[in-house]
Design a binder for this molecule. Structure first.
Ligand code: AMP
Length: 212
């Protein structure tokens, strides 16, 4: 199974992606996670990405596409993968096609715009295992501590209010057109992501079980 996960920042892509890869036994490729890992390790890729991430902008296509091509070529992707946060532009989607990747589906998490800012401002991540929590809707059992691994929770710099607005503008201008792109190819499947995590997961499984 080869799928891409679309949806605005704060739609719950990361949360749903973790459940999807577990259920279907496919690799999880999150471009945001790869950039953050490189940033933490201060690699040249991480330092380059930081210039854009800090401003809420997309990292240039050439850098991102090469990174994803390398990742898809790894062994664990042979049995299928879920791309989480890629493609985010038409150029990226075309590059994925150009390397001959045949997708089963582009799953779009549709969430009311008014909910996104609130979801993002309450998001906290684990420094060690990247598990995601929400102070309001999915709080950790102990404040500041990851339920999964006991790691420290933190707020992403780009989840702070000043950067979120820029990310939503980038989404509307550059990523939203992908719904038409994949719809024209008959690959788009939209699911409602407005409800609880569990409700959204049910909606997601109802679509993806078809491609098992
Ligand atoms: P995410 O964790 O998916 O919200 O991504 C965090 C940030 O990483 C984004 O705001 C971008 O700056 C960068 N990023 C992640 N995926 C991509 C992509 N496919 N294209 C360009 N930039 C990306």
């Amino acid at each position: 199974m080869k799928i891409v996960l679309l949806g605005p920042p704060g739609a719950g892509k990361g949360t749903q992606a973790s459940k999807i890869v577990e259920r279907y036994g496919i690799a999880h490729i999150s471009t945001g996670d790869i950039f953050r890992k490189n940033l933490k390790e201060e690699t040249p890729l991480g330092l380059k990405a930081k210039e854009y991430m800090d401003k809420g902008l997309l990292v240039p296509d050439d850098v991102t596409v090469q990174m994803v091509k390398d990742r898809i070529a790894e062994d664990d992707c042979k049995g299928g993968y879920m791309l989480d946060g890629f493609p985010r532009t038409i150029v990226q989607a075309e590059a994925l096609e150009a390397i001959g990747e045949k997708l089963d589906c582009a799953l779009d998490l549709v969430v009311d715009y008014d909910k996104l800012t609130e979801r993002i401002s309450n998001r906290r991540l684990c420094r060690s295992c990247q598990a995601s929590f929400n102070l309001k809707y999915h709080p950790p059992k102990k404040e500041g501590i990851c339920d999964e691994c006991g790691g420290e929770l933190y707020q992403r710099d780009d989840d702070k209010a000043e950067t979120v607005a820029a990310r939503l503008v980038e989404y509307k201008e550059k990523t939203l057109p992908l719904t038409d792109f994949y719809s024209a190819k008959g690959l788009l499947r939209q699911v409602n992501g407005d409800g609880t995590i569990e409700e959204t997961t049910e909606n997601v499984y109802a679509v993806l079980d078809e491609f098992r």
